[in-house]
Design a protein around this ligand. Structure first.
Ligand SMILES: NC(=O)c1ccc[n+]([C@@H]2O[C@H](COP(=O)([O-])OP(=O)(O)OC[C@H]3O[C@@H](n4cnc5c(N)ncnc54)[C@H](OP(=O)(O)O)[C@@H]3O)[C@@H](O)[C@H]2O)c1
Length: 339
């Protein structure tokens, strides 16, 4: 067992978009497991948009990271010491390791992984983001063949799964992403019926006109990953009895005044006039269906029937910059850090 481990802590709370000075690197002794615990040497760490919210000191659906605390997050790695029933040295596992080279976890909070699949898939396509897409569509979207669905951040692990599942269910799928390369990937890799580059329009009006062309029958389901301009563009195109699954609002994670008087009345009126159903969803309300997800989607990923992209940064030192970049769209596919 190595003596020392490294981790990244929250040095201070960000003011708007995070910067590298908001993080600090620390060293500590590799922990020793207590009864019921395992110690994991991480091989892959996940970077996810929700981590931005945990850096703020505001009441939300999950607690904030304390100043000086290790940044929260999921990792994958091998067990290097075990005092937990069912786990042995060398087992491949995943759990909430934090941004760290090593982690001590209660055995009951770790999940053994199938060694035959690439370990990183447990963080993306077959992990929390892929599951979010799968369960959110099942619970809230009421997809019907022939309908039209739109989703942004569509090359990411949530959006790309939403698009592929919608298409498999017989819907017309419209993907929105940032930049020409990502837009190409939307149709070529993920099979979207139409792809739009949200960064190529000056304002919501331009994006809305392009979306209207791509969705000649209107939009029945809007999977909300981003908020901002994409939401403004999409809302007026919703069909009567349309469904909106509110999964994320990354365009506003740097801070926004949500109380502005100009947008809210129009938005609220659209909900009434179109009789829209809007459901906020948080993945952890649905963990009881996670096994069903892996049993359904795992074989499809293994068979190459579901496409996924991963963007791998290397080394703990690269982690803050990879995170800062992901929030602005620098990642193409699920952002992972390999150690
Ligand atoms: N509710 C839940 O339980 C839950 C669970 C998982 C994820 N989520 C949410 O789902 C969303 C997608 O997550 P993910 O893990 O799949 O992330 P992701 O797509 O890998 O990364 C975020 C992407 O957001 C896009 N983006 C950033 N700023 C934007 C803006 N102003 N306008 C439009 N797009 C912008 C960028 O893509 P482009 O370059 O293509 O614009 C960026 O690559 C996030 O909002 C996340 O918080 C929610």
């Amino acid at each position: 067992m190595p003596d020392q481990m490294r981790a990244i802590t929250l040095a201070r709370r960000p003011n708007g978009d995070p910067v590298s000075e908001d993080f600090a690197f620390v060293e500590a002794a590799v922990p020793v497991p207590e009864e019921g615990e395992i110690v994991v040497a991480c091989s892959h760490l996940s970077l996810d948009p929700y981590m931005r919210g945990r850096m703020d000191d505001v009441k939300s659906y999950a607690p904030s990271v304390e100043i000086g605390g290790i940044m929260t997050g999921q990792g994958v790695g091998r067990v290097i010491a075990s005092r937990a029933e069912g786990f042995s040295e060398g087992d491949l596992v995943t759990g909430m390791t934090g941004w760290a080279s090593h982690a001590r976890l209660p055995g009951k909070e770790a999940r053994a992984l199938d060694d035959r699949l690439p370990p990183s898939t447990a963080l993306g396509v077959l992990g929390m983001p892929g599951f979010t897409a799968w369960v959110g569509l099942q619970e809230f979207a009421a997809m019907q063949a022939g309908e039209t669905l739109a989703v942004a951040a569509a090359t990411g692990p949530v959006g790309s799964m939403v698009g592929q599942l919608a298409r498999a269910a017989g819907l017309r799928s419209i993907g929105i992403a940032g930049g020409a390369e990502k837009t190409r990937l939307l149709t070529e890799t993920f099979g979207f019926d139409a792809a739009l580059d949200h960064r190529s329009f000056d304002d919501a009006r331009g994006l809305r006109a392009a979306l209207a062309d791509a969705a000649p029958d209107g939009i029945d389901i809007y999977w909300e990953n981003v908020g901002g301009t994409v939401l403004e563009a999409t809302l007026p195109l919703m069909n009567t009895h349309g469904r909106i699954v509110v999964c994320g609002t990354i365009a506003w994670y740097g801070g926004v005044d949500l109380s502005g008087p100009d947008k809210l009345p129009g938005l609220w009126r659209a909900v009434l006039v179109k009789r829209l159903s809007i459901n906020g969803m948080i993945v952890f309300d649905h963990w009881h269906r996670f096994r069903e997800f892996t049993e359904t989607i795992g074989p499809k990923v293994a068979a190459g029937e579901i496409a996924y992209l991963e963007d791998i940064a290397h080394g703990l030192d690269a982690m803050p910059e990879a995170f800062i970049g992901m929030l602005k769209g620098a990642n193409t596919g699920k952002q992972i850090v390999a150690l």
